[in-house]
Design a protein around this ligand. Structure first.
Ligand code: ADP
Ligand code: MG
Length: 464
């Protein structure tokens, strides 16, 4: 069999055959609307479109060949190391148009469900605390990348997608075109990424400021500086050596606990004692992110973000104490908690509202709701009662964040109308839409203690 040179070729590990009949001979920017889905997305250099393939939604990016293949491989490596990034599906090469002129290849990734480009968060106005949480998420992602020897080369808010993670956010890498993977990174390489981060983020925050989307109390320069200091604090906490006297062995345990509290497990801790035993020196050699999410997955089979897992595990502990099962095997209690607490809440949510939030996020928000309700009413509000209240008072009013529902909203004009629904970077036709209610933005008297999981100083104080 002879294959003509001008038919598209697919590079893929698990190919989706439904991709094959798509109009690859048409430049992506000109694809007919029947193939496209309108979803919020960040600013980009290349033509990026969301395409509907069977029941899945994919992101397609038209980009020159060596970059498309390079990015595909980088994203594949990130999947392998369990680092939060979009999932690569295929690269389509060998495209030509009607006249036989070559077209750039297309990189296809799976659309990250429930993800929010930062612009769509800022569109609704965000509180200074929320900005701080977004930065924490970005810092955690950058540190995780650096720990595995990944030099990003294009750190920016536009190249990150955020997902809600209990009261925090989790950041996912979306653009790996400029990335390199090394055995490990030198300080110089890490500084290089930080310099790029500084430049890009300063630009992005200045843009937001110019568009009056940045709270007046925030200053682009301070924000960028705080990213650098948070990055350095976290990096030091995860990698620095610590020396103490031979009498203070509890400090080994302290260090491990601090790392756990930051969401990391210590796979290898190097412990050395001086010849006379008077000093001990410890240094984490290998740390893995996902301390809480791994534990929750093991106990309850739930795959969640790290801070959601932290919250759910706390609730599991409370359940265990409340039901007097301190002596019972943890996995057994976890199963009870799953069927008696978690699942009833999730199944109480009507189907048409499930596109608003992920299940674990809903559970977390119900716990918050119950806490407020109990405070207000001076009684212990039962979980299911709180769930119904939450659905009525909060969930119904929230904008949809899963892909399908958002799409419908945007297309039918229920929400703000995009100038070009397939290219959100062109903005909205009107700029004064209603402000959606967001529980993280509206509670001014926020007296639920903020977990502030990246507050390393507080962690150290706790250890003392
Ligand atoms: N898999 C995906 N899921 C969700 N959004 C995506 C995905 N891929 C790309 N996007 C959106 O498209 C935007 C541009 O993609 P990116 O890879 O950064 O393009 P460029 O290389 O042109 O900068 C991103 O900011 C993001 O909002
Ligand atoms: Mg980009």
């Amino acid at each position: 069999m002879v294959y003509k040179g001008d038919v598209p070729r697919f590079l893929a590990s698990r190919p989706d055959s439904l991709l094959i009949p798509l109009p690859w001979d048409v430049p992506l920017a000109e694809w007919p609307a029947e193939y496209l889905v309108a979803l919020p997305r960040g600013i980009s250099r290349h033509v990026v479109r969301f395409i509907q393939v069977g029941s899945s939604v994919y992101a397609a990016k038209e980009v020159i060949e060596h970059l498309a293949i390079h990015e595909y491989r980088m994203l594949t490596d990130l999947r392998r190391t369990d680092t939060p990034a979009v999932e690569p599906l295929a690269v389509v090469t060998g495209r030509t148009d009607d006249h036989g002129e070559p077209l750039d290849p297309v990189l296809i990734t799976r659309h990250l469900e429930f993800s929010l480009p930062y612009r769509s968060l800022f569109d609704h106005g965000v509180r200074p605390e929320t900005v701080s949480r977004l930065l924490d998420a970005l810092v955690v992602l950058l540190v995780r990348l650096h720990l595995i020897g990944f030099l990003w080369g294009d750190v920016s808010l536009s190249n990150v997608l955020f997902r809600r993670d209990a009261g925090q956010f989790a950041a996912y890498l979306v653009d790996a075109e400029t990335a390199e993977i090394h055995e490990s990174l030198t300080n110089g390489q890490r500084e290089h990424d930080l310099t790029i981060a500084t430049t890009n983020l300063y630009g992005e925050f200045s843009d937001l400021e110019a568009g009056r989307m940045l709270d007046a109390s925030l200053d682009p320069l301070n924000l960028v500086e705080s990213i650098l200091s948070r990055y350095r604090d976290l990096w030091a906490e995860l990698t620095d050596a610590e020396e103490f006297s031979g009498q203070e062995t509890y400090r080994i345990e302290n260090r491990v606990r601090r790392l756990n509290a930051l969401g990391f497990d210590v796979a290898e801790l190097d412990i050395r004692t001086s010849a006379d035993g008077s000093t001990i020196r410890i240094q984490p050699k290998v740390v893995d992110a996902g301390h809480h999410s791994r534990r929750l997955l093991r106990l309850a089979g739930l795959d969640t973000e790290e801070n959601q897992a932290r919250r759910l595990l706390n609730d599991l502990d409370t359940f265990r104490a409340r039901t007097n099962q301190g002596h019972v095997d943890e996995a057994v209690v976890a199963h009870q908690w799953l069927t008696e607490c978690f699942q009833p809440v999730v199944t109480a949510v009507p189907h048409d509202l499930r596109g608003k939030r992920e299940a674990a996020q809903i559970f977390h928000e119900v716990l918050d709701y119950r806490w407020y309700a109990s405070q207000r009413e001076h009684r212990e509000v039962p979980l299911l009662e709180a769930t119904w209240g939450y659905i009525q008072d909060v969930l119904q009013a929230l904008p949809d964040e899963a892909m399908e529902a958002t799409t419908l909203g945007l297309m039918s004009g229920e929400h703000r109308q995009l100038a070009n629904p397939f290219d959100p970077s062109q903005g909205f036709t009107d700029d004064s839409g209603p402000m959606p209610v967001d529980p993280w933005e509206t509670d001014d008297d926020d007296d639920v203690p903020d977990p502030g999981f990246l507050d390393i100083e507080a962690l150290r104080r706790r250890g003392r």
